[in-house]
Structures are given as C-alpha cells and as structure tokens.
Write a protein of this length. Sequence first.
Length: 322
Amino acid sequence: MAVEEIDEPRLGDDAVIVQPEAAGICGSEIEGYLGRMANRVPPLVMGHEFAGTVMTTAPSAGAWSGRRVAVNPLLSCRTCARCRAGERNLCAERRLIGVHLAGGFAERVAVPVANLVALPDGIDARTGALVEPLANAVHAVALARRLVAADLAVVVGAGTIGVFALHAAHAAGIADVRVVEQHPGRRAAALAAGARGAYGDAAELARERRADLVIDAVGAAATRRAALDIVRPGGAVVLLGLHEDETALPFHRVVRDQIALQGSFAYTDADFASALELLASGRVTLGELTRTRPLEAGPDEFASLAAGPAPSLKTFLSAVRS
C-alpha cells in the first residue's frame, strides 16, 4: 500500500466529484490488504464507506454542487428483475465504488448522482461515512425478521459491523441482544452500546441454546460453528462476515434442528435510508468508537489494523484538514 499522486477522476454524465471528508476502513479492506479478497485487484484506490462535499458536477447535476453527502457505493444496472424488485445488491452486474472503481481513500472521487444521499443538517462526515456499514447490519436484521420471531439474539463478533448489528437488532425491537467477542475492549464497547451480556467465548450460550437468532459478523470457521452451537432448534443464523470462504459445518444439526441459514450481502436502498435515519435521529450513536487519521497515514494504519484489533471500533482516513 502506498500514498501516490494519480490522475484526477473523470467527470462523466450524471456524475459529480466528491471530496471525501471521512472514509472508514472496513474489515474487508484489511482482508484485501492481506491478499485474501480476490475482488480487490491492485492498483486500486479503496474506500467504500465515505462521506464528503460535492465539489464539481456535470451540467445535469448542478443542484448537488456544494452539498454534503453520504455515498452509497453500490452500482447496479437498475433495470434487471432484481434491481426492479429493490434488490440492487443482488444484481448480476453489481459493482462497488472502492472495490471495482476508485474509492474514497483519495482527495477526490467520481460518484454517479444516483448514488448520492444528502446528509441532514448537523450530521458530520464521520456519521455520514457510518451509514454504509450500519446499512449492512440493518439489512441482516431485516432478513432475519423474515425467518424467525426473535426475543433473544446473539451477535458473534463485536467489531464495527457486530456493534451495528447489535444496534440494528435493538432498533428492530429485539430487547435482549448479547455478544460473543474475544477482545475485552470490544466486549466493553458492546456493553456500552447496550448489549445485555458479553462473553469471551460461546460455551455458556452453547450450553443453554436459547438464542432465537444468531448473527455471525466475523465469517471465520470458528464463528460460524459457534453460531450453530448457540442457536436454538427452529432458530435462524444470519451469515454476515466474510473472513473465510469455505467452512465445514455440522449439517446433520442444521437439518434435524430445522435451523435456517441466511446469507446477507450489502443492503437495499431502503436499508441505506433506514441506516441514515437511525444515525440522524440519534437512535444509533457513535460514542467513543471512532478516530480519524490523515490520509497519508493510511499505509501505517492498515499495517496496524492487520496486526490486531484496533483501539477503536472504526478508523477513518481523511485528506481534509480541520
């Protein structure tokens, strides 16, 4: 990873140039940095969680000039059956800004007008950049609610997405949400965010097997197995994390206990709007979960995050000097 000068982004039709003011580092980007994400091919400007100010617009997009925006990075054809059904995240032609096109770890980035979401007055860029990761959690909980009525939910993993899954579950009316997380600092953050319990491992919850819903926000073999150990017969497991690809699971248990396994990828436009509303209304708050580093510190920050859990649950990069 390096900080380099590259060509200015090209302003296409129905597009704008956004100056990112905060761009969050996602766990999937750490995996890409480590060479574990085949869809991130160098040379690439990553950064798909970002918000900022519209600096330049195409003639058809002049109304956006100077506005502060969050960016929905999901690109799709918008005409296929899945797009017309509101499931742009499942479009066969989907792409992501920051994954397939240059993203927000830059001074300027080109964004289609259709992917801009205006930020309400008083919402800062860090909050705007958190809309994208929160939307992932909102989507996962929405899928789960189709499968099971949940009084007790457990989130495995209390990184950013895990804590947001905790918030999304509360927002959906699930009062008893607990977390499993090895890192003591992240367990403390989850309790501060409203978790009813935080466990260093899944053993106690596995003995009880009372969870109606388990959300795996990590995606490792051990966490996927833990999710199945925790969920009750007839319950649901939502697989949200992407740490590993192939995992062996006890499918006799899945079949005999009628456990619903649900994958969850990205979000719909409605989920993105819901996430913004949760943040703007204060129903989901940042607390002390974030910090901002200058863009040129990106390589060192990635190296540090790759070495182990961060001191905060979300780190932002920004080329904008306050």
